[in-house]
Design a protein around this ligand. Structure first.
Ligand code: C6P
Length: 409
C-alpha cells in the first residue's frame, strides 16, 4: 500500500524546487541531509515577523516587544509539543545542533568530568558530536571511547553493553547517521545507560526531520537538533534537556538576558531556559521554526516516516541495479539517506557529472572523517531524500549515474 502523503502537492509549496539549473535541467534536490528547502509558509512567517512584529524580546515594554516575546515563547512551546518534552523550559534555543552539543560539553561536561572518566561515542558520529567532547576531555584528562559498527553500518550492541562501565559519565550517540542512514536503537541504549546511572545525549539532527520523536518516551537526558534540516530557517535549533539537569548546569555564555542580578563582583542567573540564552535571541528564526513545526504537524510525522521509507526502498532497489554502484550502509533500520561509491570513479567526479544533469547530491566525508577511515573510503556520494522528493527524482539520479558510467567507461 502506498503512503497517503502526496509529494507532488508538497513540491508545489517549495518555490525553490521550481527552478531549472545547468542549462535548463529541472532541479532534483537530493542534499536534504545537509540542509532542506523551505516551504512558502515558513518564508512568509519570516517576512511577516520582520514586517509586523520585529522587536527585541524579553526586554521592551512596548507593543512590538510584547508581541515578539509572545511569538518567541509560543515558538518554544511548539518545539516542546513537537518533541513531546514535559515542559517548555526544557527547550533551549540555540543556533543549531552543533551549538547544542557544545553547550552540553562546556557546561555539563566541564562540571562533571574528571581525569580518568570516559565518554562513550560511536564510530558513526558527526564531527559535531566528537569535537566538543574531545575539547572538554583534553581539559579534564578524560577520554573518548568508541562503540564499533558492523559491516552493515549497525552498532555492535554487545560491545556497547561491555563498554558501559562505571568510568563512563555520558553516552553521546546519533539517532540517525548522516552517512549510513542507520537508525540507532537509542531507546534501548538510553535504558542500558540509565541502568548504570549514566546520562545520555542524543544527536537528533537527522532524526527530527524524518520521524516522530518523543523525548519522554526515549527518556533521553539531552536531545539536540537544527531547524534548517527540517524545512526551517538556518541559525535556529534546540537543545532539550531534563529540567533538573539544566537547572544544575552552570551557564554556557554570559551576557544580557541570562541574568537575574549583576554586580561587578558577582552575578546571579535567570531560571532555565533563559540562563542558557545570553544575548538578543534569534526571535525571527524561532518564529520561522514554529511555522515549520505547524507545517510538519499538518502533514503528520508518521506519514513523513512512512512515505520516506517507501521512497528509500524504491531508491535502494533502483540504485542497486546501476552497474558498478556499491551501497555503503545497509542497516535493517534506515532513514532516507543513501551513501554509495562507484567502481573506478572518484565521488567528486560523480558529484560534478550529476550536477551537470541537475541532480544535487553531496560528496565528501560529510563531517565524519573517523567513519570514512572505518569504512576504508576517502569519501562517499550521498543522496538524501525528503518529503518533496519523488520516484522520478530517484529515476533521474539513476539515469545520471548511467551517464557517469558512459563517461568513465
Ligand atoms: N550534517 C550533513 O551534510 P548543524 O551544522 O549544527 O546544523 O548540524 C550538525 C550535525 C550534527 N549531527 C549530525 C548527525 C549531522 O548530520 C549534522 C550536520 C550535515 O550531513 C552537514 S556536515
Amino acid at each position: 500500500m502506498r503512503s497517503s502523503l502526496d509529494p507532488y502537492r508538497i513540491r508545489e509549496e517549495f518555490p525553490i524546487l521550481r527552478q531549472k539549473v545547468r542549462g535548463g535541467k529541472p532541479l532534483v534536490y537530493l542534499d536534504n541531509a545537509a540542509t532542506s528547502q523551505k516551504p512558502q509558509v515558513v518564508i512568509d512567517s519570516l517576512t511577516r515577523f520582520y514586517s509586523e512584529d520585529n522587536a527585541s524580546v524579553h526586554r521592551g515594554v512596548h507593543a512590538l516587544s510584547e508581541r515578539a516575546t509572545l511569538a518567541y515563547e509560543e515558538a518554544r512551546r511548539s518545539v516542546q509539543r513537537f518533541i513531546h518534552a514535559a515542559e517548555a523550559r526544557e527547550v533551549v534555543f540555540v543556533r543549531g545542533c552543533t551549538e547544542a552539543i557544545n553547550l552540553v560539553a562546556q557546561t555539563f561536561g566541564r562540571q562533571r568530568l574528571q581525569a580518568g572518566d570516559e565518554i562513550l561515542l560511536t564510530e558513526m558520529e558527526h564531527h559535531s558530536n566528537i569535537l566538543p567532547w574531545q575539547m572538554v576531555c583534553a581539559e579534564k584528562g578524560a577520554r573518548i571511547r568508541v562503540v564499533p559498527i558492523n559491516g552493515r553500518g549497525e552498532l555492535d550492541m554487545e560491545a556497547y553493553a561491555r563498554m558501559l562501565h562505571d568510568r563512563v559519565k555520558l553516552v553521546a550517540v546519533t539517532h540517525v547517521s548522516n552517512v549510513l542512514g542507520t537508525i540507532n536503537p537509542v531507546r534501548e541504549m538510553i535504558a542500558m545507560a540509565h541502568e548504570r546511572g549514566i546520562p545520555a545525549l542524543i544527536d537528533g539532527a537527522q532524526a527530527v526531520p524524518h520521524m516522530p520523536v518523543d523525548v519522554q518516551e526515549l527518556d533521553c537526558d539531552f536531545y539536540a537538533f537544527s531547524g534548517h534540516k527540517m524545512f526551517g530557517p538556518t541559525g535556529i535549533g534546540a537543545l532539550y534537556g531534563k529540567a533538573a539537569l539544566l537547572e544544575a548546569m552552570p551557564p554556557y555564555q554570559g551576557g544580557g538576558s541570562m541574568i537575574s542580578l549583576v554586580t561587578f563582583d558577582r552575578s546571579t542567573y535567570a531560571p532555565i531556559p533563559q540562563k542558557f540564552e545570553a544575548g538578543t535571541p534569534n526571535a525571527a528564526d524561532a518564529v520561522g521554526l514554529h511555522a515549520t513545526i505547524e507545517y510538519l504537524e499538518g502533514i503528520g510525522m508518521e506519514a513523513v516516516a512512512e512515505y520516506e521509507h517507501e521512497l528509500l526502498e524504491y531508491a535502494t532497489h533502483t540504485l542497486e541495479r546501476v552497474q558498478g554502484v556499491r551501497l555503503i550502509g545497509t542497516a535493517r533500520e534506515k532513514a532516507s539517506v543513501i551513501s554509495f561509491e562507484m567502481e573506478g570513479v572518484h565521488p567528486h567526479d560523480i558529484g560534478t557529472i550529476l550536477d551537470q544533469e541537475g541532480v544535487a547530491v553531496r560528496v565528501g566525508h560529510h563531517c565524519c572523517q573517523p567513519l570514512m577511515s572505518r569504512l576504508g573510503v576517502p569519501a562517499t556520494v550521498r543522496a538524501s531524500f525528503a518529503i518533496y522528493n519523488t520516484r522520478e527524482d530517484v529515476d533521474r539520479l539513476a539515469d545520471s549515474l548511467a551517464r557517469v558510467r558512459e563517461v568513465f567507461g
